[in-house]
Design a binder for this molecule. Structure first.
Ligand code: SF4
Length: 88
């Protein structure tokens, strides 16, 4: 099990609500992941908050709960993601 550094805030407080993870991704011909301008239908594009945060995993089958243990497998998360800075 991956542990957070002792100075880290609670897991959910790490997110800076940039919303970058909530835009559709595509692969180009070389397999590079590209972030599109198409937001998740539940993302408030002004506040960058999920409008159904506590029901998101049931409502959107593509939504993935970030955890310390799955973060390293989620190569589509942007390098700017606050979680990547805590657990690279
Ligand atoms: S990309 Fe990372 S920091 Fe930004 S909203 Fe998504 S989880 Fe939060």
């Amino acid at each position: 099990m991956t542990r957070l550094p002792d100075t880290t805030k609670s897991w959910e407080d790490i997110c800076d609500r940039c919303g970058e993870c909530c835009f559709e991704k595509k692969f180009d011909a070389k397999g590079t992941i590209l972030t599109t301008m198409v937001p998740c239908r539940f993302l408030d594009i002004h506040t960058r908050d999920c409008r159904i945060y506590h029901q998101r995993l049931q409502a959107e089958e593509d939504c993935i709960k970030l955890t310390p243990d799955n973060l390293c497998y989620l190569d589509w998360l942007p390098d700017s993601c606050a979680y990547r800075k805590v657990l690279p």
